[in-house]
Design a protein around this ligand. Structure first.
Ligand code: GDP
Length: 425
């Protein structure tokens, strides 16, 4: 397998976990490059469901090495909990997982600030954060006040922590939120440092040494392109770069060593939290998609907003990420719909556009321009070969690919590993 970056092409929850699981079989090293424990990959192996927030799902494949790269922000307590959960399931983690010494730490005060900030925002201004401290941690990183995984095991960590907690307490008090106890946090993180020390490494060297040795690297993105801090629907975005460029800044692997980009995209569209969503279905049809697709967040349980496939988003994602191969997921969710709509362009102030407006106000005014295709009204989840799909189902997927560019590599027709039709991947 060529060194591959896998990205989500929409607003996250595209089913990346499952496609990563399929690609991991061909990889030696699986690397996370951005985000934090706000992401939730769901993988079903032999009927057993695993929800992973920080550890790459490659850990579920015996013998694969996993890396949490420098672009990820890591809550040490969440990481310890996840490692313990995996060990309880009989999965060997130590010796197979390492976390970058350059990765920024999500500490208790980040969680508290995240919640207090969001609570202080008025209706309509909330970002819809998962409250896990991710935004405040990236803020500290950019402000150059953050603490990193490598700092956790240094002698002066308790003092540096105390200084940061004091500053955070001032901000929390100003927001009317409860302040934090420094001594308690020092104790918690001293224990965390002992537990995590065996996992902390210079992952720039780990990843590049693996590449030099001819090993195959899979770089997995969390969230999705439309949540990218630069390319997404700002400010209703995450604080990192889930797009393919983030794979290099988030790991230290050179762009010249990325050989392929795989995009994961749902056969319809969903979004969690606030922000514009032109093809959203606010009626019974949207509720129907939500129920059939089990569209509730893996991390928060929040119901996802559902709508028709948006080819403007798909094409934009293809442009920004340079997707070679697409993995389309959740075709089976559309099985019972007599007619399917595809958004091919937007109508903005009387003009037809096919590009993504940067302005949130303009994006909010965009009205979807639809074309319609007949549904197939048959179950697809038992189909094991692409050729055996109903003709209308193939026509639908092929139309989506033609509209957004790139090639079809995988088509997923159910949640399990076995319901994955592989074409070019
Ligand atoms: P991720 O964050 O992109 O990995 O997405 P999630 O794992 O949160 O959400 C994907 C959900 O859809 C999981 O519950 C998967 O088991 C499920 N899923 C993935 N592919 C398919 C599919 O083709 N059909 C159906 N019905 N479910 C799928």
């Amino acid at each position: 397998m060529p060194n591959t970056v896998l990205i989500g092409a929409q607003w996250g929850d595209e089913g990346k976990g499952k496609v990563i699981d399929v690609l991991t079989a061909q990889a030696d090293l699986v690397v996370r490059y951005q985000g934090g424990s706000n992401a939730g990959h769901t993988v079903i192996v032999a009927g057993h469901k695993y929800v992973l927030h920080l550890v790459p799902s490659g850990i579920l494949h015996p013998g694969k090495q996993c890396v949490i790269g420098n672009g990820v922000v890591v809550d040490p307590l969440a990481l310890i909990e996840e490692i313990r959960m995996l060990e309880k399931e009989g999965i060997v983690v130590q010796g197979r997982l390492c976390v970058s010494d350059r990765a920024h730490l999500v500490l208790r005060y980040h969680n508290a600030l995240d919640k207090a900030d969001e609570a202080a925002r008025s209706d309509g201004k909330r970002i819809g954060t998962t409250g896990r401290g991710i935004g405040p941690t990236y803020r500290d990183k950019v402000c150059r006040t953050g603490l990193r995984m490598g700092d956790l095991v240094e002698r002066d960590f308790p003092e540096r922590l105390a200084a940061n907690v004091a500053a955070a307490n001032q901000a929390l008090a100003a927001l009317g939120a409860a302040t934090l106890d420094v001594a308690e946090l020092q104790k918690i993180y001293a224990e965390a440092a002992c537990a995590l020390a065996p996992y902390i490494a210079d992952t720039v060297e780990v990843v590049n040494a693996a590449d030099r040795a001819g090993q195959q690297i899979l770089l997995e993105g969390a969230q999705g392109t439309m949540l990218d801090v630069d390319f997404g629907t700002y400010p209703f975005v995450t604080s990192s770069s889930p797009t393919s460029g983030g794979a290099c800044t988030g790991t230290g692997l050179s762009p010249r060593r990325v050989e392929r980009v795989v995009g994961v995209i749902k056969c319809y569209t969903t979004r969690v939290g606030e922000g514009p969503f032109p093809t959203e279905l606010l009626d019974a049809a949207g509720e129907d998609l939500r129920q059939r697709g089990a569209e509730f967040g893996a991390t928060t349980g929040r119901p996802r907003r559902c709508g028709w496939f948006d080819a403007v988003v798909g094409r934009y994602s293809q442009t920004v990420n340079g997707v070679d191969l697409w993995a389309f997921t959740k075709l089976d969710v559309l099985d019972s719909l007599p007619v399917l709509r595809i958004c091919t362009a937007y109508e903005l102030d009387g003009k037809r556009i096919t590009t993504m407006p940067a302005s949130l106000a303009a994006f909010q005014r965009c009205k979807p321009v639809y074309e319609e295709m007949p549904g197939w009204l048959q179950k697809t989840s038992q189909v094991t070969r692409y050729e055996d799909l109903p003709v209308a189902a193939r026509a639908y997927v092929e139309r989506l690919v033609a509209l957004i560019g790139g090639k079809l590599g995988i088509l997923s027709v159910g949640p399990g590993r076995e319901t994955t039709l592989r074409l070019g991947l």
